[in-house]
Design a protein around this ligand. Structure first.
Ligand SMILES: CC(C)(COP(=O)(O)OP(=O)(O)OC[C@H]1O[C@@H](n2cnc3c(N)ncnc32)[C@H](O)[C@@H]1OP(=O)(O)O)[C@@H](O)C(=O)NCCC(=O)NCCS
Length: 186
């Protein structure tokens, strides 16, 4: 079977969310949510301002790389993308880095914690990965709290480890091994 974005991004369901492959129909929502500086400026890679060409370029990129990248929808608002969560495999193919963002109107309702838990479950139970990492800029405690609530363990801080537009930020690293996840959930 030919590998496509849809085959590497199966639909994942959590209590309130549906995670599925992003598509061209999401472009308006991507621009609206990713265009908010409160979202973009907490990441290292999202441009600001965020243009139509950024959204189409991002979709081109994930379609070519064919790595697990999920659009997040509320089950109560089907079809409306509210954020993104990805699981970028490392070269060893047994570990991956999780990354995410959520549209501002949806913050502080536990949605990203729910999405990360769903993706960790998928990574360990269905993809057989052994170790997942995630990181955030110092000064983004909400992201660190999501990692903690999903069961990830604080590992270290790398001074100046993240750079956005030439400015270094301390990088706060979290990780979770498959056996630690099983101990939490089995
Ligand atoms: C980080 C982000 C994904 C969180 O999404 P969310 O759905 O609001 O997260 P949740 O509701 O699951 O959990 C957020 C937690 O952070 C806490 N929090 C939020 N803002 C905070 C702040 N300024 N300081 C400390 N804690 C904060 C919330 O209280 C909550 O913890 P609690 O349940 O213990 O009270 C969202 O804010 C976002 O997209 N930010 C911009 C992009 C980004 O930072 N991406 C990650 C890059 S590493």
């Amino acid at each position: 079977m030919k590998t496509t974005l849809t085959t590497v991004c199966p639909v994942l369901e959590t209590e309130r969310l549906r995670l599925r492959a992003p598509h061209r129909g999401d472009i308006e929502a991507i621009i609206r949510h990713a265009g908010d500086p409160r979202v973009a400026l907490k990441t290292t890679r999202m441009p600001h301002p965020y243009r139509l060409s950024d959204a189409t370029g991002w979709l081109d990129e994930i379609e070519q790389e064919i790595e697990p990248t999920f659009a997040i929808e509320l089950k109560s608002q089907p079809g409306q993308m509210i954020g993104v969560i990805s699981l970028m495999p490392r070269e060893d193919r047994v570990s991956a880095e999780a990354g995410y963002w959520l549209g501002v109107p949806y913050w502080r309702r536990g949605y990203m914690t729910e999405a990360l838990r769903g993706v960790l479950r998928h990574a360990f139970e269905e993809r057989g990965l052994l170790y997942i990492t995630a990181c955030h800029m110092a000064g983004n405690p909400a992201s660190g709290r999501v990692m903690q609530k999903a069961g990830m363990k604080f590992e270290n801080i790398v001074a100046g480890g993240l750079v956005r537009e030439g400015v270094p930020y301390d990088k706060v690293n979290y990780g979770l091994f498959a056996d630690e996840w099983r101990a939490l959930h089995c």
